[in-house]
Structures are given as C-alpha cells and as structure tokens.
Design a protein around this ligand. Sequence first.
Ligand code: DON
Length: 306
Amino acid sequence: MQALIDKIHDTLRARTSEGRVADYIPELAKIDPAKFGIAIETVDGRSYASGDADEAFSIQSVSKMFTLTLALGKVGDALWQRVGREPSGTAFNSIVQLEHEQGIPRNPFINAGAIVVSDVLLAGHQPREAIGEILRFVRFLAEDEGIVIDSKVARSETATGFRNAALANYMRAFGNLHHAVEMVLGVYFHHCAIAMSCRQLARSGLFLANNGINPLSGFRVVQNERARRINALMLTCGHYDGSGDFAFRVGIPAKSGVGGGILAVVPGLASVAVWSPGLNAHGNSHVGSLALEALAREAGWSVFSR
Ligand code: DON
C-alpha cells in the first residue's frame, strides 16, 4: 500500500498545475497549487501517507459530512423534511432549484443544504456554541485536540460570501431557516474554515468505514444504518454535479471541498484523504480525483464489486 500511494503521488504530482485553485474566497487563492498529499487509515489500524499529508489545509465542504452527522444525531429523520436526498445536478452554490422547490435544498452537501444543517445545529444557541460543538466532534473523531479553525479563511469568506447570503435569505423567505441569517452563516463559514491534514481527515472518516464505530477509540459514533446512509449520500451527492462521474471513475463514497481535499470511504476497509488545491470544472480536486481513481483501481476498491 505504501509503495502504491508513493507511486501514485510520484506519477500525478506533475499534473497539479492542470487544476485551478478556488479564488472566489480570497484567502484560498493564496494556496500553493503544487501541494499534494495522500493518507490512508485502515480499520485494522494501519496508516500510510505520501507527500504533504501532514500539512493542514482548509477542508471547506468536506466539513459538511461532519455537520450532517451531528444534525442527524440531533433531529434524526426529521432533518429530511427540510433537506432532500437527491443529487442536485447543479453547481454547489446554485440558487435556481430553490425557487422551484420552495426553499428545500436538494441535499445536505450543496451549500444551501449545508446552510439548513447549520441552522439545525444552532438550535437556539449562539453561533460560538454550535461552532464549538462541531470542532469538538471533529477532534473527537480524529482523536486530535490540535485541530483548529483558520479564522483568516472564515473572515475572508464572511467578507465575500454574497452567494451564500443570497441562498440563506432566500431559504429564510420560505421559512426554512429558523435563526437570523448572519448567525447561521457564522456557523457555516466557520465549519468550512476548519483546517486539517490528510492524516487527520482520514482518521476522522474511519467510523464511516467501520459500520459507525471509530476503530481508534472503540466508540460508536452512529448506528450502522446511519453510517450506510451517510456513505450513500456521499456517493450520490458528495461531488455535486460531478458525482455521477466520480462514482463511475472511482466507485467509492467521498466528499470534496473547494480547498482541494477529498475524504473517501472504503466500507469495511479504510478511510482515505487526498489534497491537491487545483480544482476541476465542478469545483472538485482535479488531481485528488485522479489519485483516488488510480488508488481504487489498483487496490481493487469499489462499492460495486468485491
Ligand atoms: O460556501 C462555500 O462556497 C465554501 N465554503 C464551500 C464550498 C465547497 O467546498 C464546495 N466544494 N467543492
């Protein structure tokens, strides 16, 4: 496995210049596009890493897996009255479908859906408390108290997040946000600004590869059925309108972020995180997707065969 990820890293590092770093969040535009890391954690306790796997980066939308898990823990299936479970077929920040569907976002991973999830996590508290709860959950999953929020990234997005403000206001008009828009966006921007390394991210995803139990601590995070469902949502919606292509090429559940990170789950076997900041046209890591495609092919990983 170590030789395989070193080979994939070596082969693909030359292609990191092919993608485009996200620049609509000014702080993210400063990232060196040549960064490239891969980390694998297996459910039986082995770790492998290659390249910049220990450098923290902005996890952005990968955090939506954590907030979805927390929100399901809080309100259970009632969440599905406010957020759908279908692939959107539109960009992660699109507003068009919200008008047709009365302010109910298609799924919890597009921005609109994750903003509703942030509203659920607020639950009458101050943003600071909800943000603290999310951060504690991520630290607990990764067994790492050193994980922090990059406040520069959070500030940068707060200053420029006009589309998200539009989505939030639009959903509030339909009654699908219960708190003030600024408070909800405060939670949303801060969880997107969590900084983690590939190694930390891979550890935090292990519970999804292990039927809901974190094999590092032995703690049950969610029931097996819920882990399966979160994986299903990652497979169908984790890469926005690139989800079908990702399932076709890679074939395992995964969640991407505009920071260039992708967290992927191989049920029963492993959790994998990759990071390469250059994005493809759908806003997903270009080389990160290629690395996962090569890894899944070489290792024989797929949820569609065994
Ligand atoms: O709201 C945004 O636009 C970002 N905080 C997160 C978007 C994102 O990561 C989409 N992922 N590919």
